[in-house]
Write a protein that binds this ligand. Structure first.
Ligand code: 5RP
Length: 218
């Protein structure tokens, strides 16, 4: 299986977690796109979806799946999303697609976070993938200096504006030994909207596709 086939396989495995008559929390990215395409075949069994980005909203609507605003919904049974890195503790780095803030909000509401990845994303330690940080534009230089004080090398993601009209700093070379602590520390910098560490609210289940099968952790 190539990487796209693995993404499709793990996305299809996640469909089994979707319960009838529920609203499904939907993440963002190429793996999730396969999930959305698979969900289309079940659209008459579910009540609709809550989306974490403009891109996923558009794809859901193109399939005729009703998209609710998160504010219209009291609870979500599941949230399905990919990751850029995930550990055995189910801590993740997310935000490669710049949708981290809305992803974090939808994940916070969901009872169960199901992370769908291929085996290239499983790592012993987070941080090889540069950590995305969403920043209010006027705070960009200040936040970058603070991130350097934390030991990272922030790089401005040129040409990218998030769905919330903010910018992204990708932080290279961080030693992420305590993801929960670093997540809180970075979120405490004035001007940071959120960062791509998902450790305080990690995944509940990780589905991971390798060459032969989809394995479930958790
Ligand atoms: C978007 C994300 C994605 O989940 C993450 O980047 C993985 O994407 P892909 O499935 O395309 O590899 O966090 O902000």
């Amino acid at each position: 299986m190539d990487q796209n086939q693995k993404k499709e396989a793990v996305a299809n495995a996640a469909l089994k977690f979707v319960k009838p008559d529920t609203i499904v929390g939907v993440g963002t990215g190429s793996t999730v796109n396969y999930f959305i395409d698979g969900l289309a075949a079940m659209k008459n069994e579910i009540n609709g979806a809550v989306s974490s980005s403009k891109a996923s909203t558009q794809r859901l609507k193109d399939h005729g799946i009703h998209v609710y605003e998160l504010n219209e919904v009291d609870e979500l049974d599941i949230y399905i999303d990919g990751a850029d890195e995930v550990t055995e503790h189910k801590h993740m780095i997310k935000g490669g697609g710049a949708a981290l803030t809305q992803e974090k909000i939808v994940a916070a509401v969901a009872r169960q976070f199901i992370c769908i990845v291929d085996d290239t994303k499983r790592v012993p330690l987070l941080g090889k993938f540069p950590l995305p940080v969403e920043v209010i534009p006027m705070g960009r230089s200040y936040v970058a200096r603070e991130l350097v004080r934390l030991g990272g090398d922030p790089v401005y993601r040129q040409g990218v504006v998030t769905d919330n009209s903010n910018v992204i700093l990708d932080v290279h070379n961080l030693d992420i030994l305590d993801p929960r602590e670093l997540e809180a520390k970075i979120n405490n910098i004035a001007g940071v909207v959120t960062n791509g560490l998902f450790a305080r609210r990690g995944a509940d289940i990780v589905l991971c596709a390798d060459e032969n099968e989809v394995r479930q952790f958790g």
